[in-house]
Design a protein around this ligand. Structure first.
Ligand SMILES: [Zn+2]
Ligand SMILES: [Zn+2]
Length: 205
């Protein structure tokens, strides 16, 4: 079976700039996964790896079971993620790893996929790839995360998609601004630098 090279999400070139989504009008990716156009644009990187791995004559479900039976690192991380999507959780029936926070089967499935991201693999993921993966996993399992966490990933995904990364300090600043109710201004900002440069407002009584 031919394999896409590890680690994953490198078969297709990333967009060269953030552009408005033809479906929802927001920067492409921000509507993930509700807006189909945003979802297709993001998922394309996972799908390309999956289709390269699957070829023409393997069934999705069979391949998904094979991929999930192997330790992380044998297949590209995108294929592990895609396999999880194809298999419903035997306990809660949600997409595996995305179910109710109380579902232990989902929690286990979600936890086991992250070995790729914690080093020790022959070919490392980039920081951008890791962050993009975390964003997509969180947005597909929004019920498992706090609202500000979901808002943070929606906000940042369009820039992650074009290959940008943010620093820990930028992430902290964006989270603080979200908690302070500045989501609209953040959403209009053309990048992380502009988001973090939003001024503090004087305290309003
Ligand atoms: Zn959209
Ligand atoms: Zn479950």
């Amino acid at each position: 079976m031919a394999r896409p090279y590890p680690p994953g999400a490198r078969l297709l070139a990333r967009p060269d700039a953030v552009r408005p989504c033809a479906g929802c009008g927001d920067p492409l990716g921000r509507g993930y996964p509700t807006c189909a156009t945003c979802a297709d644009a993001v998922d394309a990187y996972w799908k390309a790896d999956w289709e390269a791995l699957r070829g023409d004559d393997t069934a999705d479900r069979d391949l998904a079971a094979d991929v999930l039976a192997e330790p992380a690192g044998v297949y590209p991380w995108t294929c592990t993620d895609w396999a999880l999507r194809l298999i419903p959780c035997p306990a809660c029936r949600a997409e595996l790893g995305t179910g109710d926070p109380g579902c232990l089967t989902c929690a286990r499935a979600d936890q086991s996929r992250w070995a790729w991201d914690h080093g020790g693999m022959p070919v490392a993921m980039t920081q951008n790839e890791h962050t993009l993966r975390v964003a997509v996993a969180a947005l597909r399992a929004a019920d498992r995360h706090r609202d500000t966490v979901v808002a943070f990933w929606r906000l940042t995904l369009p820039f992650l998609l074009v290959g940008e990364t943010f620093t820990a300090a930028q992430a902290r600043r964006i989270r603080v601004l979200l908690l302070a109710g500045r989501a609209e201004e953040l959403a209009e900002s053309p990048g992380y630098a502009a988001m973090t440069a939003l001024p503090d407002l004087p305290w309003r009584a």
